[in-house]
Every structure is written in C-alpha cells, then in structure tokens.
Design a protein around this ligand. Structure first.
Ligand code: HEC
Length: 195
C-alpha cells in the first residue's frame, strides 16, 4: 500500500512536471474495471440479496409472500408495483419506508387504518433495496418495465426531511390508474335509495 502511495505521489510529481501528460494507462484501466464490476446490476446497484434479507423486517406484518393480512396489514405483492407506477409513487415509497405512515388507506377495496413504523434506522442501501424488492414482487417477474431501481442516494436525499407519518399520508398518490377512475365515472347512477 505504502509503495503504491509512493508510486502515485511520484506519478503526480511527474504529471505535474509535464502538465499536459495524461494519467498512467494502467491506473486508468484499473479504474475502468472497477466501475464495470460495480455496474453489474441495472443502475449500478446490486439490490436483490440485500432487498430479500432486509424484508425480514417486514414479513411479520406484510407476510413472507407479501399478501398482507386483510384489514390489518396491506398487501405489498402487486400493490407496491401499482404505487410505484403512479405519479409521485416512487417518492412516496421512499417516504413511507423512512418515516412510516398512519391514517386510513384503501387497498384493493379493503380499508386499513393502522400504523406503519418508520424504518429510518436502516441505512440508505437497505431501504432502497427493500423497496426494489417489494416493487419487483414475488412472482420472479422482476421490476416493472421502465422502473429504474431506487438508488441509495435517492433515499439519502429525502432522509433529512424528517416527516411525520401524517405528513407522509399527505404524499400518498391518489391517482388510481386513470382508466379505473374513468370507468367509475361512467357507471350508471344508482336508482334505488338506500333504506
Ligand atoms: C408492525 C407492522 C408492520 C411492519 C413490520 C411493516 N409494516 Fe408496512 N405497513 C403496516 C401498516 C399497518 C400499514 C398501513 C398503514 C395505514 O393504515 O395507514 C403499512 C403500509 C405500508 C406501505 C404503504 C402501502 C400503501 O398502500 O400506501 C408500504 C409500502 C409498506 N408498508 C412497506 C413495508 C416494508 C417494506 C416494511 C419492512 C421494511 C414494512 N412495511 C414493515 C405495518 C407494518
């Protein structure tokens, strides 16, 4: 190590001496190789194994297969991908994980009014990885087309906001798929009066 440092220092001196000289080719090649190795996964972040291991924190409530518990813990399988596809969904998922969530929500026609704990004790890598894990789902389909894996620096950028779970609720995307809304609006008016 010491030798390498000395060698680099010597190189710098040489480079400094002929100011226009490019860095040693060997050094540049080594840096390229490392960068390539890091970029194995899409987006350069290898989240699969970390996402799966981090999910042990979630499975007690959302269940190992992500199906949740009706009325108590919302499903994540399929649903997390829906959220991710909505306007603001990507950002919302990061906020839910970091700061938790409270208040009434509806998922697949079932209402939930519980408390999602904040996971800001997990580091940026673990949070990004577990979100990618739930968005990819449990059927080996992988991430939805066009969904770039969440990166640790996106989590880092939001962490300092320190929102409350109520404030996270305000960020929850309401945009159920535009088509579904249109269908509901087209539905004929109910003729019978209740009671
Ligand atoms: C102690 C039980 C519990 C644990 C553990 C837990 N959650 Fe939750 N989670 C909930 C509850 C309850 C809600 C719904 C909150 C509400 O009703 O407002 C929720 C909501 C969510 C939502 C938002 C769903 C939506 O439709 O807005 C996501 C995403 C989520 N959890 C992911 C996770 C992940 C990932 C983990 C593990 C890191 C995890 N949860 C751990 C109980 C839990």
């Amino acid at each position: 190590m010491r030798k390498i440092l000395l060698a680099s220092a010597a190189l710098l001196l040489v480079a400094g001496a002929n100011a226009q000289e490019t860095p040693a080719p060997e050094a540049a090649a080594a840096a390229d190789a490392t960068a390539e190795a890091d970029a194995t996964a899409a987006g350069g972040f290898d989240w699969e194994a970390l996402g799966e291991s981090t999910y042990v924190n979630c499975s007690g409530c959302h269940q190992p297969d992500g199906t949740g518990v009706p009325g108590a813990f919302p499903p994540l399988a399929g649903h997390a991908a829906e959220l991710a596809a909505m306007d603001g969904g990507r950002d919302y998922l990061i906020h839910v994980l970091l700061f938790g969530l409270t208040g009434e929500i509806e998922v697949n026609g079932m209402s939930y009014n519980g408390m999602m704990p904040a996971w800001n004790s997990l580091d940026d890598d673990a949070i990004a990885a577990v979100i990618n894990h739930i968005v990819a789902g449990w059927d080996d389909a992988g991430l939805p087309d066009g969904f770039m894996p969440i990166q640790p620096d996106e989590v880092a950028a939001v962490r300092a906001e320190a929102l409350s779970p109520d404030e996270v609720m305000a960020l929850r995307p309401t945009g159920e798929a535009a088509d579904a809304d249109a269908d509901a609006a087209d539905a004929p008016e109910a003729t019978a009066t209740p009671g």
